[in-house]
Design a binder for this molecule. Structure first.
Ligand code: GUN
Length: 315
């Protein structure tokens, strides 16, 4: 009896060990090395060095960290970068004027406006005024529309990063049930569209859940691929996840932590310790989706510099 009991437990343990980390830190380093090589070739042939600009309004701590990481990554791969810092009380009209300058500056290939913006500024109005061919965040309605129709377009950086992680780990997506939790314009909505597209990383049956979904765990338990972009720290618990699922955790929340020198720790939307043993693959936080977002933005900027993304002039 005892032996059987132990061997059953042991089999269970082996299952747990089969889990593979989707290592965004490693994959993003590989992609950065590829980008660096390409930039060296462009330099040698006298081509245009990609130039990414970022506009940061105000001094939100998290936005500050993200933008700094984007600028640092540009330097690592040999891109030019510009960071335009603007005061939190800048008027919408003055911000629009800065956007027009970037649209018209031939030196800048692509630029982003870091979100969220202060409440007095309309995010939609700002995004709609970015020239679609320089919108390397892929947030402009033209890029979203083209992406939805499976036409060449900039794919928003976080969803693009998730697709690349799935691709590099050769995760089969066709005919799988992908459940997305969160419907933001930055992640949840575009990744749900992308996972359903008729494309090599796609072809899923997609369920999009959000804050008004009734009985959320009913859906998450049915996911072969579970993508969580909710912004609620450690929200997804083990009972909500199917055995063998692929779990992609997009959450990045700073929680106070007196044991850390920084005074905070970064946690995802998934209770990693208890969920990971049930998974076939899972992203860690930090070191999963976060670094993939940054590197995907660089890839979009390279496309922009090479004018590789066909976009009609809407103006
Ligand atoms: N805020 C959080 N994520 C993003 C992003 O991918 N792009 C921009 N511009 N702002 C963000």
């Amino acid at each position: 009896m005892n032996a059987l009991y132990f061997s059953a437990n042991f089999a269970n343990l082996e299952n747990k060990i089969a889990m593979i980390l989707l290592d965004g830190k490693k994959i993003s380093a590989e992609i950065k090395a590829e980008l660096k090589k390409e930039i060296e070739k462009i330099k040698a042939s006298g081509g245009k060095i990609p130039h990414l600009a970022a506009i940061l309004v105000g001094n939100d701590g998290a936005s500050e960290t993200y933008v700094k990481s984007k600028v640092k990554s540009c330097q690592e791969v040999g891109f030019h970068s510009t960071l335009l810092r603007l005061k939190a009380d800048i008027s919408e009209a003055a911000l629009l004027a800065e956007i027009q300058k970037m649209n018209q500056n031939p030196e800048i290939d692509g630029f982003i406006v870091q979100l969220p913006l202060p409440k007095h500024i309309s995010e939609n109005k700002i995004i709609e005024n970015i020239a679609p061919e320089k919108d390397v965040d892929g947030f402009h309605p033209i890029n979203i529309g083209r992406m939805t129709k499976n036409l060449p377009a900039y794919i928003p950086a976080t969803p693009f990063g998730i697709l690349q992680l799935l691709e590099r780990y050769q995760i089969e997506t066709t005919s799988k049930h992908c459940v997305v939790v969160g419907r933001s314009h930055i992640v949840g909505s575009p990744i749900s569209i992308l996972m359903a597209r008729n494309a090599p990383i796609g072809n899923c049956t997609v369920t999009l859940c959000h804050s008004k979904t009734k009985d959320l765990s009913y859906f998450t338990q049915k996911a072969d691929i579970l993508i969580v972009a909710l912004g609620k720290p450690e929200f997804i618990e083990a009972y909500m996840v199917k055995d063998g699922a692929v779990v992609v955790d997009v959450g990045i929340t700073r929680l106070p932590d007196e044991n850390s020198a920084k005074g905070y720790k970064i946690v995802g939307d998934v209770k990693f310790e208890e969920v990971a043993p049930k998974c076939s693959y899972i992203t860690p936080v930090p070191g999963g989706v976060g670094p993939m977002t940054v590197v995907s933005l660089l890839q979009n900027t390279l496309f922009a510099a090479k004018k590789q993304v066909y976009l009609p002039n809407p103006f």
